[in-house]
Design a protein around this ligand. Structure first.
Ligand code: 5AD
Ligand code: SF4
Length: 429
C-alpha cells in the first residue's frame, strides 16, 4: 500500500513538473510515505530526520513532507521535523501546499482516482479499498488509515483495462481488508469476476484477506480460475481460539481450517501463506503449541511471522506484554522450522513439472526477502548474479532461471529441476 501511495504521490508531483532525483542529496523535495504497523518502521523516521537536517545545511531549498500511515501521537512528534505533514487522503493538495497560488477551486475528490506513476512496467498495484473497520486489538491500521472506503468497481476496471492494454502481466488488487470490498452494487467476489473477464494475458492477485470475511462465494470465484491465481495469503495470526478472541479476530481455528480445506479441495495445487503474531500478551506455551499445530496441519507454503510489539493506542497495548523477547524469538524459530519442512514438501511437488513464471528481475532472490510488498518494490532490479533471473509461479513460488536473453517482465514456460523450501530452480523450455 505504501508503494501504491508513493506511485500516486509521484504522479501528483510530475503534474507540477517535478522530476525524480537520482540521489537523495540532489533532491529539492523529499516525500516520506511512512508505515506504522511496527515500531521499528516508525523508528527509522528518526534516522531520516537527522539525514534531512544535514542535507538541508547543503541545500537550503530542500523541503520535506511526511505522509502515509501516521498515528496521532507520531503526528505531533514529527510535526516539527518536517516542513509539511500531509494526510494520505490529502495528497492531491500537495501542489497547493508547496505553492499556495495553485490553490484548487473545486473539490479534488478521492486520492485513489489519481492515475499513478507505476513503478514497474509489468506488475501493478491497484488499490480497491483503503482503511479498516476491524480493530484487531494489536493493530494500529484503523487509527492510521481510518475507516474502510471502497473504490467504485467501474474505476478499478478502467484502471486494470488500461494496464492490460499497456502490457501489464500481474495485477495486485490491494486493500487492508479486500474481502469486505463493497461499492454499493458489487462485493469483492463480483469485482474479482469482472476483473477476470478483462481480455488479455495477465495474472490477478489480491491482498490482504481476513478469515472472517473470506467466504464461500470468494472461494467459488477463485475456483473459476482463469486469470485469478491459485495463491492465497490468509492471515491466521494465532492457532489458539482464546488468543484469537483476545486479538478481536472474530473466527475460531475450526472456521479457519474449514475454509482452508474447502480451498484445497476446490483449487487443487493452491499455495497458502499466512501472517502470525507470536508472543501476544498472555500467550501461554500451550496456546503457542496450538499455533505450531496449525502450521503442521495446514502445511503452509509461506508464513510471515511477527513477534508481538505493543502499538500505542491499540486495545492490546493495555495488556501486559508478558512474553519475553527471547521466548518470542524461540516461538518464531519453532514456527520457521515447521514452515521450512512443509514448504519444502510443497516445493518438491513441482520437480519435473512445466510451469509459467513471471520474470521479475535479474537478481538472486534471497530467502530472507519476506514481504511480498517489499519484493515487488525491488522488481526490475538488474544487479547481482550472472544471468540468473528470478520470478514467480502463479502460486507465488520464487523460481531461479538461467537465461542469456532479456526475459524481464515476461511470462515464460519453464521446467522445474530443483526445489528448496522457498525457492525453485528451473530451465527454460
Ligand atoms: N505486533 C506484531 N505484529 C503485528 N502485525 C500487526 N500489528 C502487529 C503488532 N502490534 C502483523 C500482523 C499483520 C501484519 C501486517 O503485521 O501479523 O498481519
Ligand atoms: Fe489491522 Fe486487523 Fe484491520 Fe488487518 S484487519 S488492518 S490486522 S485491524
Amino acid at each position: 500500500m505504501n508503494i501504491s501511495d508513493a506511485e500516486r504521490i509521484a504522479s501528483v508531483l510530475e503534474s507540477i513538473k517535478y522530476k525524480p532525483a537520482l540521489k537523495m542529496s540532489e533532491a529539492d523535495l523529499i516525500v516520506v510515505t511512512m508505515c506504522s504497523v511496527r515500531q521499528s518502521a516508525v523508528d527509522r523516521i528518526h534516522g531520516l530526520i537527522e539525514k534531512f537536517r544535514k542535507l538541508k545545511t547543503k541545500n537550503y531549498k530542500l523541503q520535506t513532507i511526511l505522509t502515509g500511515c501516521i498515528i496521532k501521537k507520531d503526528r505531533i512528534k514529527f510535526e516539527k521535523s518536517f516542513d509539511y505533514l500531509v494526510d494520505i487522503k490529502d495528497i492531491k493538495k500537495i501542489p497547493e501546499i508547496l505553492n499556495p497560488s495553485l490553490r484548487a477551486k473545486r473539490n479534488l475528490g478521492n486520492y485513489l482516482d489519481i492515475t499513478p506513476k507505476y513503478s514497474s512496467k509489468f506488475s501493478a498495484n491497484v488499490p480497491i479499498m483503503t482503511g479498516c473497520n476491524n480493530f484487531c486489538s494489536y493493530c494500529v491500521v484503523p487509527y492510521a488509515r481510518d475507516r474502510e472506503v471502497s473504490r467504485p468497481a467501474k474505476e478499478v476496471i478502467a484502471e486494470v483495462k488500461n494496464l492490460v492494454r499497456n502490457g501489464y502481466k500481474e495485477i495486485w488488487l490491494l486493500g487492508q481488508n479486500v474481502n469486505s470490498y463493497k461499492d454499493g452494487k458489487n462485493n469483492f467476489s463480483n469485482l474479482l469476476k469482472m476483473v477476470n473477464k478483462i481480455p488479455g494475458e495477465f495474472w490477478i492477485r489480491f491482498t490482504s484477506s481476513h478469515p472472517k470475511d473470506f467466504n464461500d462465494e470468494v472461494i467459488n470465484t477463485m475456483a473459476i480460475g482463469g486469470k485469478i491465481t491459485p495463491y492465497l495469503n490468509l492471515p491466521a495470526q494465532s492457532g489458539d481460539d482464546k488468543v484469537l478472541k483476545s486479538m478481536n479476530r472474530h473466527y475460531t481455528i475450526k472456521d479457519y481450517k474449514n475454509k482452508i480445506e474447502k480451498l484445497k479441495k476446490k483449487i487443487p495445487g493452491i499455495a497458502i501463506s499466512t501472517d502470525i503474531i507470536v508472543g501476544f500478551p498472555g500467550e501461554t506455551k500451550k496456546q503457542f503449541e496450538n499455533t505450531a499445530k496449525l502450521f503442521r496441519d495446514v502445511k503452509y507454503d509461506m508464513a510471515y511471522i511477527n513477534k508481538y510489539s505493543p502499538r500505542i493506542g491499540t486495545a492490546a497495548a493495555k495488556l501486559n506484554d508478558n512474553v519475553l523477547w527471547e521466548e518470542k524469538k524461540r516461538r518464531e524459530k519453532v514456527l520457521t522450522e515447521i514452515l521450512k519442512q512443509t514448504a519444502l514438501k510443497g516445493s518438491q511437488k513441482y520437480i519435473g513439472k512445466t510451469v509459467d513464471v513471471l520474470i521479475e528481475g535479474k537478481k538472486q532472490a534471497s530467502e530472507s526477502e519476506r514481504s511480498p510488498v517489499v519484493n515487488r518494490a525491488k522488481r526490475g532490479s538488474t544487479t547481482g548474479a550472472k544471468n540468473i533471473w528470478f520470478g514467480r509461479t502463479n502460486t507465488y513460488k520464487v523460481v531461479k532461471i538461467e537465461s542469456f536473453k532479456n526475459i524481464l517482465g515476461k511470462i515464460v514456460k519453464v521446467k522445474i529441476t530443483e526445489a528448496q523450501p522457498f525457492t525453485l530452480k528451473a530451465k527454460i523450455i
